[in-house]
Design a protein around this ligand. Structure first.
Ligand SMILES: [Zn+2]
Length: 265
């Protein structure tokens, strides 16, 4: 079974389910592994079948004993067929529509994603697509009115469209603010402090850059770089390997290794 993907979060366990009052022929629940233990799926390590039984006996396909995996259901799809189109007389070229409906559990998706990508309760991790900010710019008091702040913001905005937060809490040290930005899981943390101040007398002022990544609680120090270099760095992170690598990392964590807690693909 091929894993499916949405917003870099793997929908690892599609499970055939009861269509319930919605009717129709087939429905599927979509689960991600979750320590929240909101729900569960049964996974057959022999043939790769996913199922969901209150009292699991054996795999419906190969009779092996399924393994129970704690999960949370984040979506449900229904093949409704012609149940509603026939009732409503909704036709196309004389035939009733074949209908499907797809529901994503937005309120569950957020905690499930955080649970999946975060390894510490002190450092939130979200995919960049749903992170509240793409980047934060932390500015030292003496640089607040310097043109470098505007130049940095402008450079960051060229490729980061998800919002740039200016952290101007100058009463707080840059180090403490980096710590807080890491806790929020902001993907790019840009610091205008001592290094920048020293570099302003040169032709090429620099900024300090940190990044945060899924499955890691600490920020990664990317070093000092010029604004031109920063723009290239952001491009490489966005369109190079950043999102893909993050996703592959999650795939590994979820089961590619075939550990005792998860399925082998
Ligand atoms: Zn089986």
């Amino acid at each position: 079974m091929k894993p499916q993907e949405i917003c870099s979060v793997q929908l690892d366990y599609p499970v055939q389910a009861d269509s319930g009052i919605h009717g129709g022929h087939i429905s599927h629940e979509y689960h991600v592994r979750s320590s929240l233990e909101e729900d569960f799926v049964d996974y057959c390590t022999q043939c790769g079948t996913f199922s969901k039984e209150e009292t699991p006996k054996m795999c419906s396909r190969c009779s092996a004993s399924p393994q129970k995996i704690a999960s949370v259901e984040i979506a449900h799809t229904f093949h409704l067929g012609t149940k509603y189109s026939e009732a409503l007389g909704a036709k196309f070229q004389g035939k009733p529509f074949y209908m499907c409906c797809f529901g994503i559990g937005v309120s569950r998706l957020l905690p499930a994603t955080i649970d999946l990508l975060s390894v510490s309760d002190k450092a939130l991790r979200l995919p960049r697509a749903i992170s509240p900010f793409d980047a934060v710019i932390i500015v030292k008091k003496s640089l607040m009115s310097n043109v470098i702040v505007e130049m940095t913001s402008s450079s960051a905005s060229r490729y980061l469209k998800g919002g740039i937060l200016l952290d101007d809490r100058i009463e707080m040290s840059p180090g403490k603010r980096i710590h807080e930005a890491n806790r929020l899981g902001i993907p790019f943390i840009i610091v205008l402090a001592n290094e920048t101040e020293r570099s302003l007398v040169t032709q090429e002022p620099v900024i300090e850059v940190f990044t945060t990544h899924p499955k890691s609680a600490d920020p990664v120090d990317q070093g000092s770089m010029t604004l031109d270099r920063f723009v290239s760095f952001v491009q490489s992170q966005l369109y190079g390997s950043y999102s893909n690598l993050d996703h592959l990392h999650v795939l590994d964590e979820l089961g590619a290794a075939g550990d005792e807690n998860g399925p082998q693909k």
